[in-house]
Design a protein around this ligand. Structure first.
Ligand code: GLU
Ligand code: MG
Length: 441
């Protein structure tokens, strides 16, 4: 824990004028209240009050007085704001009107399960690879679906998208977010930035901030960045494949065993077993928008079937090359539109359950599952992810694993809000229906 004095000194030395106090609503939207740096000491000691009833998924009117307390470990200077606007961001913990930790704060769910994991002697690390599109705005500045370029996978482009991505990476590194790589992705206008692993709480704090950095810097250059999972029909969507590993408190990789099958330890195999077993129940959190299910279809490198593999990229879980300290598994159904705190919480909950219940995974499937017949898949016992948000919510509703991991408040509010989204969406009449059915029926 960074002592308060250290932060106060940094504020003075760097000439910070504002502190951006951040948290997320239930869907992962970053919320912020900005205070002058002169108020920071008070905020650290007493917290800052806000109206919880105005934040999606938080409190009711009767119990709306809530308090934000900045986590001293999260002090980061926002690198592109200078002089009179010089600002630092801190991520906050949310407390209710009685001063208890608010169980509807998505970060609290992740903190709880991380603490439970720490008691077992482990730290859960995540490394997200997030994908997004740069789109062109129209003359009014509103986003269109026209991509900012026509490049493909790993293309070295001469357009401004490439430089905007480099600028984003420079700022992320300046904030200490350790970018490992970035590149143009398969679809026109699509890019990817890969972060180095860190403990899941810091990692979720970074993902929330990264989306803001990406959108802000794109906007500055006249582009619109979107994390919508499938903004354009017929090309790849944007995922947030996440690399997962457990380490001991001393920093030893728990997933590595030189004598185990594929050099994976029993714990790694059981962790995989848990994630596979609970894949349908956790899917609404990992792919949480009606649009997410337009991405999870065959043919676009996004997973559809619940299986694992060492190399095969059609699999839901892949074990990338690299062992010893680098041993990890890659989960491929999450997308960047979700709430990273809830996403990492359910990934860990499913994996831990696998270890606790010693769930053996089936054999890995190295063949391309997209080209198997339904009979072949059935013979191999390969189930499918939910096909829609509605189906995913039905699976989640029955899940004691997800309820326990999120707590009753987050669980019931998430289901309620997302069910409304699904009900509204499913009653829409789409362009496809008008074009195909209206002339024919
Ligand atoms: N864009 C693909 C997806 O939606 C992933 C491509 C890749 O990085 O392999 O998951
Ligand atoms: Mg990718």
């Amino acid at each position: 824990m960074v002592p308060k004095q250290e932060i106060m000194q940094a504020v003075k030395k760097e000439g910070i004028k504002f502190i951006q106090l951040q948290f997320t609503d239930i869907l992962g939207t970053v919320k912020n209240v900005t205070i002058p740096a002169t108020e920071l000491e008070k905020a650290l000691d007493e917290g800052i009050f806000f109206d919880g009833s105005s934040v999606l998924g938080y409190a009711t009117i009767e119990e709306s007085d809530m308090r934000l307390k900045p986590d001293p470990n999260t002090f980061v200077i926002i690198p592109w704001l200078q002089e009179d606007l010089k600002t630092a961001r801190m991520v906050c913990k949310v407390y209710d009107h009685e001063g208890n930790r608010f169980e509807g704060d998505p970060r609290a769910a992740l903190e709880n399960i991380m603490e439970r994991t720490r008691k077992k002697g482990w730290v859960f690390n995540t490394a997200p690879e997030y994908e997004f599109f740069f789109l062109m705005p129209d003359e009014k500045g509103d986003p269109t679906t026209k991509p900012s370029d026509y490049g493909g996978y790993f293309d070295l482009m001469r357009d401004k998208g490439d430089n905007v991505r480099k600028e984003i990476v420079t700022y992320l590194n300046a904030m200490g977010f350790e970018v490992e790589a970035s590149h143009h992705e398969v679809a026109p206008g699509q890019h990817e930035i890969d972060l180095r692993y860190t403990d899941a709480i810091s990692s979720a704090d970074r993902v929330a901030m990264m989306k803001y950095v990406t959108k802000t810097i794109a906007y500055k250059h006249g582009l619109y960045a979107t994390f919508m999972p499938k903004p354009i029909y017929g090309v790849c969507g944007s995922g947030m494949h996440t690399h997962l590993s457990l380490m001991t408190l001393q920093g030893k990789n728990v997933f590595y065993d030189p004598k185990g099958p594929y050099k994976l330890s029993k714990s790694a195999l059981h962790f995989i077993g848990g994630i596979l077993k609970y894949a349908r129940e956790t899917c609404a959190i990992l792919a949480s928008s009606v649009n997410s299910y337009k991405r999870l279809v065959p043919g676009y490198e996004a997973p559809v079937y619940i299986s694992w593999a060492n190399r095969n990229r059609s699999a839901f879980i892949r074990v990338p090359a690299g062992r010893e300290a680098r041993t990890r598994i890659e989960l491929r159904n999450p997308d960047p539109a979700g709430n990273p705190y809830l996403q990492f919480t359910v990934m860990l909950a499913a994996g831990l359950k696998g270890i606790e219940e010693k769930i053996e995974p089936p054999e890995p499937v190295e063949r391309d599952i997209f080209h198997m017949s339904p009979e072949e898949r059935e013979a191999l016992g390969i189930d499918s992810l939910p096909e829609s948000l509605g189906e995913a919510l039905d699976c989640m509703k029955k899940s004691s694993l997800v309820r326990e991991a999120l707590g009753n408040h987050l669980f019931s509010h998430f289901l309620y809000i997302k069910r409304q989204e699904w009900d509204e969406y499913k009653a829409q009449v789409s362009d496809w229906e008008i074009q195909r059915l209206l002339p024919a029926l």
